[in-house]
Write a protein that binds this ligand. Structure first.
Ligand SMILES: CC(C)(COP(=O)(O)OP(=O)(O)OC[C@H]1O[C@@H](n2cnc3c(N)ncnc32)[C@H](O)[C@@H]1OP(=O)(O)O)[C@@H](O)C(=O)NCCC(=O)NCCS
Length: 169
């Protein structure tokens, strides 16, 4: 499979914004922190700074937001957090991903997580926390296919459902 992860750049605005909009019905934020700045160029800059751990606003940790490309088309994205804050430690975990609805069930999420783990390890992470909603069968499968070891079940951030916590070493 020729899927590769890469940072966003100035040419991605139209495609990435369309991806962001297509995930809104699922209440999933494809372009994290997009509302922090107005222009696309400033957003790309903010992500670059975050990747380097610079100019972090409250609640941000050093992290990489990468899109998954297949044949020059954005099919998904992953956020790799190199540190955990309280929220990430309790709910979000080190890695969060999504595949756009029209590209699902082709193995892309499994491959995205596989490559994201390599990136996380290259930054020195040895124990990687990943969470998913209790009823998210697909995400649970993605984590387990990548060696996730179930730790516990606990309440979600808003208390409306249960979250499964996994570790990958
Ligand atoms: C969860 C998500 C990332 C899965 O993406 P995907 O590219 O379809 O996943 P894959 O194709 O890699 O499938 C992984 C496994 O899940 C299974 N699977 C995928 N969708 C499924 C579904 N709707 N129901 C049951 N199993 C499913 C696949 O069959 C595969 O298992 P297999 O290898 O044993 O056949 C995608 O549905 C998504 O983006 N959902 C919204 C955002 C989200 O939930 N992100 C995860 C946050 S923790």
């Amino acid at each position: 499979m020729t899927l590769h992860l890469r940072p966003l750049d100035d040419e991605d605005e139209v495609q990435a914004t369309a991806a962001h909009v297509s995930m809104q019905p699922e209440d999933f934020s494809f372009l994290l922190w997009r509302d922090q700045v107005e222009g696309w160029h400033d957003y790309v800059h903010l992500l670059r700074e975050q990747r380097r751990g610079l100019s972090l606003s409250v609640g941000m940790v050093p992290a990489a937001l990468l899109v998954a490309d297949v044949d020059e088309e954005i099919v998904g994205r992953v956020s790799v957090r190199f540190q955990l804050n309280r929220f990430l430690s309790d709910f979000g975990g080190h890695i969060g991903y999504a595949v756009l609805p029209e590209f699902r069930r082709r193995g892309y999420a499994t491959e995205i997580l596989r490559q994201a783990l390599i990136i996380a390890r290259s930054e020195g992470l040895t124990s990687i926390l990943i969470t998913c909603d209790e009823d998210n069968v697909a995400s649970r499968r993605v984590i387990e296919l990548n060696g996730g070891v179930f730790e516990s079940l606990g309440p979600s951030y808003d208390g409306t459902h249960q979250l499964r916590r996994y570790w990958i070493s």
